[in-house]
Write a protein that binds this ligand. Structure first.
Ligand code: BV8
Ligand code: ZN
Length: 266
C-alpha cells in the first residue's frame, strides 16, 4: 500500500463500501494504466500529441476516415495485447458477489468486460450456492474499441479483425450493406445515448460512488459523481493526483488503482 495512504482513510472507505446497499463505480483511463495502456492526459498520454484530441471527433472521421481508423486500429491492437489488472478483477468480483454494484466506465478498452468474463468463468467452476449470475458487464459510456457501427444502416456489432488502414478502399465495411464502418465509440460533440441516462438513474440511488482513475474533465461522465453527492451519497476517490472531484470526496486515496482497489473491496 502506498505509504502516503492513511490506514484510517482506507478503513473508512472499506466501511462505507461494505455498508452500502447500492455502489456505483466510475472508472477512467487511470484504471487501465496498470495494464500498460496510456491514459489520455498523462505524461505519455494519448492526447499528448495534440492530434489525438482532434481524431476522436466526427469531423476528423468525415475529413480523413483512413487516418482515424489507423489510430483506432493501433489502439485496438494495444488494448487486445493488455490484460485486465487486479483493480479490474477486484471490481468484477465485487459486482459478481454482491447485488447493487454497478460499474460505469469511460474507457473503451474492453478490460472491464474481460475481467467480468474471467471472474464469471472462475465462479462457474467453483461457486455452488446462490443464483447463477450473468457476468456483471460494465456500462460503457463511450463505447468500445471492439465494436463497430455502420455509417449508413447503423448496424452495430462486435468486430475484432485487424484494421487494414493502408487505403480508403481497405477500411472495414458493413456486413449487411457494405458501407463504411466507424468505431462504435462516442466522439467529442456526440451524445452518449441511453447509457448515461441509466448511469444518472443509478447515481440517484447510490450510497457510495467509488471513482477510480479519472481526471474528471470529460462531461457528462464526470457529473455522475456529483449526482451521487447531491443525492446524499458518499464519494470515494482513488487517484495518485487530486481532481475536480477531490473536494466532493469523503476520502481520497492517493495511490494506483491496482494497488488500492483490491484492498478496498476484498
Ligand atoms: C457531449 C472516446 C453533447 C474517444 C471519449 C467545455 C467544458 C465542459 C465540457 C465541454 C466543453 N467543451 C465541450 C465539452 C463537452 C465534451 C467534453 O467534456 N470535453 C472536455 C475535453 C472538456 N464532451 C463531449 O463532447 C461529450 N458529448 O457533450 O455531447 C451533445 C448532447 C446532445 C446532442 C449532441 C451533443 C462526449 C465525450 C466523450 C468523448 N469520448 N472517449 C476515445 O477514447 O478515442 S472521452 C475520453 O476521455 C476517454 O473516454 C477517457 O476515458 C475520457 C476521460 O479521460 P480519463 O478517463 O479521465 O483519462 P485521463 O487521462 O484524463 O485521466 C486519467 C486519470 O487517471 C488521471 O487523473 C491520473 O491521475 C489517473 N491515474 C494515472 N495512473 C493511475 C491513475 N489512477 C489510478 N491508478 C493509476 N495507476
Ligand atoms: Zn450497414
Amino acid at each position: 500500500m502506498p505509504d502516503d495512504i492513511d490506514p484510517q482513510d482506507l478503513e473508512l472507505a472499506r466501511d462505507l463500501l461494505s455498508a452500502a446497499d447500492a455502489v456505483l463505480v466510475l472508472t477512467g483511463a487511470g484504471i487501465s494504466a496498470d495494464s500498460g495502456l496510456a491514459t489520455f492526459r498523462g505524461a505519455d498520454g494519448l492526447w499528448r500529441n495534440h492530434r489525438a484530441q482532434e481524431l476522436a471527433t466526427p469531423e476528423a472521421f468525415a475529413r480523413d476516415s483512413r487516418l482515424v481508423w489507423e489510430w483506432y486500429g493501433m489502439r485496438r491492437e494495444r488494448a487486445a495485447s493488455c490484460e485486465p489488472n487486479d483493480a479490474h478483477l477486484a471490481l468484477a468480483r465485487l459486482a459478481a458477489e454482491r447485488d447493487g454494484v454497478t460499474i460505469v466506465t469511460q474507457n473503451v478498452d474492453g478490460l472491464h468486460s474481460r475481467a467480468a468474463e474471467r471472474v464469471a468463468a472462475d465462479r462457474a467452476g467453483t461457486v455452488t450456492e446462490g443464483p447463477e449470475r450473468e457476468p456483471a458487464l460494465p456500462l460503457e459510456l463511450h463505447g468500445c474499441l471492439f465494436r463497430v457501427r455502420c455509417t449508413r444502416c447503423d448496424e452495430r456489432y462486435e468486430h475484432r479483425q485487424p484494421i487494414d488502414a493502408s487505403s480508403a478502399a481497405s477500411l472495414p465495411s458493413c456486413r449487411s450493406c457494405s458501407s463504411l464502418l466507424r468505431p462504435d465509440i462516442v466522439w467529442f460533440g456526440e451524445p452518449l445515448g441511453e447509457a448515461i441516462e441509466v448511469a444518472f438513474k443509478e447515481a440517484q440511488q447510490a450510497e457510495v460512488c467509488l471513482v477510480v482513475g479519472t481526471s474528471a474533465v470529460v462531461q457528462p461522465a464526470a457529473s455522475i459523481a456529483t449526482v451521487v453527492d447531491r443525492a446524499g451519497g458518499s464519494v470515494i476517490e482513488v487517484n495518485p493526483e487530486p481532481t475536480p472531484l477531490t473536494p466532493l470526496a469523503v476520502v481520497s486515496l492517493r495511490g494506483g488503482a491496482a494497488e488500492v482497489v483490491p484492498s478496498l473491496v476484498s
